[in-house]
Design a protein around this ligand. Structure first.
Ligand SMILES: Cc1ncc(COP(=O)(O)O)c(C=O)c1O
Length: 398
């Protein structure tokens, strides 16, 4: 890997993964087969929750979660501004209103304070808050959930970065300790790769059942739930064998069996992947502590053991008189990929059209200074040293 371009993130596939997909392609059902349920069971067991519902990607997982939570026109949802577009977009997809919350400038995370402050700005009833466990580090869920409970607000966790994360006190984001639902992405740069894939986790059987149906056009096939008796049953009162019924607007957000076969194979390696990410993050920490006062690793929260989806650092580009774009280009010229996670969503033209310009200084500061350095399990032990050396050289050059 060291001689090649080092991207900021990359999936790790091996022959077992390929064989698992080929096996389904040769012998299995391509969709709606046993690999889906197998993944759902294994995923729920790995998170420590009762139900997991697999979807076509993290965005559709979030969309189904807000639909199942009953969010719609007139409902406000609090979303931290430093996140990927989808967290806010799904609220608009169901006709809800987004109230952007500020984040801690040192971690990029929603905090109890920034949540409370966003709450004071909401005009309408607040139905939900969507903490995002950015970079794989869990938010202060104990603090956030106290405020949510006091205000009758549901928590839907965006766990897209957090598969493999743990709370120091036990449990994991998405296990339902704090949230009614957790939503995961299995995009290739995430903790495990499925191509495109998503999962909703919950401990609530009714929510699980609703998500399961909405994922497949809201097609009811259980005669006990049919409402059009004239169409559903014959003269003897027997259900017609072809009959299905749609009672709400549903979607096709299913994943295929060959994708689920890949995710099943990858999920077995999650502990190894996370251990490797934690090791490499530790190497970065040590290198940065001894070699660079120009680069600050993101501040860590005491309650979180990160899944290390990203190794994000903070650099005061302004004080150094360097542009981030120039630093990224210089690194890329030397074979090092970096990325910025994320442009605050309230700055997007679409949301400015909806809500006007807003001041969220924590999010803006985080955005100005953040840079994600390469981190993925297949990196060589020597790669972090190369990244830190080149980054320090570029930042110190006059
Ligand atoms: C925080 C966050 N939320 C949601 C998503 C959407 O996931 P997907 O790309 O699988 O739709 C992503 C993916 O980048 C993400 O990082």
């Amino acid at each position: 890997m060291s001689d090649d371009f080092l991207p900021y993130g990359r999936h790790s596939l091996d022959e077992d993964d390929i064989a698992a997909v080929v096996e389904v392609l040769r012998h299995g059902a391509l969709t709606c087969g046993p690999q889906v349920e197998k993944l759902e069971k294994a995923f729920a067991a790995s998170i420590g929750c009762k139900h997991a519902i697999v979807t076509s990607n993290g965005t559709t997982a979030l969309h189904l979660a807000v639909l199942a939570a009953g969010i719609g026109p007139g409902d406000t949802v609090i979303v931290p501004t430093v996140t990927f577009l989808s967290t806010a977009n799904v609220v608009h997809m169901v006709g809800g209103t987004v109230q952007f919350a500020d984040v801690c400038p040192e971690t990029g995370l929603l905090t109890a304070e920034t949540f409370a402050s966003a709450l004071t700005k909401c005009a309408g009833p607040v139905k939900a808050v969507m903490p995002v466990h950015l970079t794989g580090q869990a938010c202060d869920m104990a603090g956030i959930s106290k405020i949510a409970a006091a205000n009758n607000i549901s928590i839907i966790s965006d766990c897209c970065h957090a598969l493999g994360a743990d709370y120091q006190g036990g449990g994991a984001p998405g296990d339902g300790q704090y949230e009614i639902m957790g939503c995961f992405s299995l995009h290739p740069v995430k903790s495990i790769a499925m191509g495109e894939g998503g999962v909703v986790t919950t401990n609530d059987a009714k929510l699980a059942e609703k998500i399961n149906r909405l994922r497949s056009h809201d097609m009811h096939k259980d005669p006990a739930h049919f409402s059009r008796h004239d169409l559903a049953f014959d003269a003897e009162g027997q259900a017609n064998p072809w009959y299905y019924e749609m009672q709400e607007l549903g979607y096709n957000y299913r994943a295929t069996d060959f994708q689920c076969a890949l995710a099943n194979s990858q999920l077995k390696k999650l502990p190894v992947f996370v251990e490797r990410r934690r090791y490499l993050a530790g190497v970065y920490d040590e290198l940065l502590a001894t070699h660079s006062n120009l680069v600050r690793p993101n501040v860590r929260l005491p309650d979180s053991l990160s899944a290390w989806h990203l190794y994000a650092v903070q650099i005061d580009f302004k004080a150094l008189g360097k542009s981030r774009a120039a630093v990224m280009k210089a690194l890329a010229a030397k074979g090092i990929g970096t990325q910025v996670h994320y442009i605050p969503v309230h700055e997007q033209p679409y949301y400015q059209k909806s809500y006007g310009k807003q001041s969220l200084p924590g999010g803006d500061k985080y955005y100005q200074e953040t840079l994600s350095l390469p981190l993925f399990p297949a990196m060589e032990d020597s790669d972090p040293e190369r990244v830190v050396r080149l980054l320090t050289e570029i930042l110190s050059a006059t």
